[in-house]
Design a protein around this ligand. Structure first.
Ligand code: ZN
Length: 457
């Protein structure tokens, strides 16, 4: 086949692969699995070959003491099978093809969600080209330094222990088998990281081509969600900011500059605490996911206009940005008009919470909920609960339990700001509650009631 025919054939194959990708809703999962499998298999094959080759050499050397020279020779043999070049060559085809497919899946997901057919332009294709060779390079290189050190260390130990070649042969197969298994876990993490990052970069192309201005961070919320993603969840990021991050990263990758690539796209520890960092104050390397290794967070298109008060406050809550005094004054003023949705609702809440708060009648309880909003000595918190902006009015309150013991905590009134209705009035030990997808953020609300009263008096 001529080069032109080969090129044509591979173009046709790519087109067909793309058609499959678009139809398959589980495309990402499937591609990710393929990448993991391909990397994992290439690694085991290479490692098996490397171990077998090194053992053959040891046998060829015959009996005697294991020397420093022997160690160097074994490293050379292993390098031939699992060194950067060998690993890159073994993984080349799946990594290049799957990078392409994952990037397109990211873009297509945006296209499907927005009903726009995504046509790649020059910058998208350029980014994809850099990414393909970059992914391949990191995959070969990042493991290599680490493995080489481990291998050299193991061989050094054998040498120091003063082993014979026979003793070494027995230990070698076992120790390097363990190294091969540790490698498997490493490839899993790297495949995961490569897949999620590539897909997110494809999404950036998708957002740009679909004319999306902002995206929202969406974490997979369950008991495994990391602290950092719990606090990144819901934030709204401008697409140009994502593009900037992607470009900086790819620029570093194209120069094979690892420190610059790491700085462009920070991998945090899962426990990193960004709870009090507003989106506008996030460091440059923190924009799009993944935010850490094994991150399941993605982005989705955000369509909030920012025109209405509620829209602006909602966005501020998602971004962990405290409102200004003027806005919080308006929030409080609006919440002052909030009512219980129905007497039945009040009765239910009164029966559950009234006793603890020391309210002996339903009327008392109902009024106390409203009064707490108006007091000057309460704090105001904003949170998001199932996509609804929630204002919580909070005052410290110590209660006495049936046993006579006292407990410190808080008296709260929760208000659904969209419908301006009171959703609860109760005592709780902590301000945070598990029902909030964006945890309560303290606002500059204390004393604002007084200020408003003076202002309008
Ligand atoms: Zn995460």
């Amino acid at each position: 086949m001529t080069i032109a025919q080969q090129a044509l054939q591979s173009a046709v194959r790519r087109r067909m692969a793309r058609a499959v990708v678009i139809r398959d809703a589980k495309a990402y999962e499937a591609l990710y699995g393929q990448l993991q499998g391909a990397m994992s298999n290439a690694w085991s094959d290479a490692m098996r070959e490397g171990i077998a080759g090194a053992l053959d050499r040891l046998r060829d050397l015959g009996p005697g003491k294991f020397t420093d020279q022997d160690g160097k020779m074994i490293l050379r043999v292993l390098e031939g099978s699992v060194g950067a070049e060998a690993i890159s060559a073994a993984m080349r085809e799946p990594v290049i093809n799957l990078t392409d497919a994952l990037y397109r899946v990211g873009a297509e997901e945006v296209g499907k969600a927005t009903g726009v057919s995504i046509a790649f332009m020059r910058p998208d294709l350029d980014a994809l080209d850099i990414l393909k060779s970059g992914n391949l390079y990191w995959i070969g290189n990042s493991w290599n330094v680490n493995t080489q050190n481990l291998m050299a260390q193991a061989l050094e130990d054998y040498f120091t222990e003063g082993m014979t070649r026979e003793e070494l042969t027995a230990r070698f197969a076992k120790d390097f088998g363990t190294l091969a298994e540790r490698g498997q876990r490493y490839w899993e993490i790297l495949a995961d990281h490569t897949a999620t990052k590539t897909r997110e970069m494809g999404r950036v192309s998708g957002y740009e081509r679909a004319g999306i201005a902002r995206v929202q961070v969406r974490a997979h919320l369950d008991e495994r969600t990391t602290r950092i993603c719990r606090h990144m969840h819901g934030r709204i990021i401008d697409v140009p900011r994502l593009r900037e991050q992607r470009d900086e990263y790819l620029e570093a990758v194209s120069r094979r500059n690892e420190p610059a690539a790491k700085a462009a796209w920070t991998m945090h520890g899962g426990d990193a605490d960004l709870s009090n960092t507003p989106t506008s104050k996030l460091d440059r390397g923190t924009a799009g996911p993944p935010y850490h290794f094994r991150c399941r967070t993605i982005t989705v298109a955000y369509f909030g206009s920012g025109d209405s008060d509620i829209d602006r406050w909602t966005r501020a809550a998602y971004d962990r940005e405290p409102l200004g005094r003027k806005d919080i004054g308006t929030v409080i003023d609006r919440a002052k008009g909030a009512r219980w949705p129905h007497t039945k609702v009040v009765r239910g809440h009164y029966r559950k919470h009234g006793g603890r708060l020391g309210r002996n009648t339903q009327a008392d309880y109902s009024q106390a909920a409203v009064d707490l909003i108006r007091r000057g000595d309460r704090d105001v918190y904003l949170s998001m609960r199932q996509g609804v902006l929630n204002a919580t009015f909070v005052r410290a309150k110590t209660i006495t339990l049936a046993s006579g013991k006292t407990r410190q905590g808080f008296e709260v009134t929760a208000v659904d700001m969209t419908e301006n209705k009171i959703t609860s009035h109760h005592w709780r030990a902590k301000i945070e509650t598990t029902g909030d997808e964006v945890p309560a953020q303290k606002q500059p609300g204390r004393g604002i009631m007084k200020w408003l009263t003076q202002y309008w008096a």
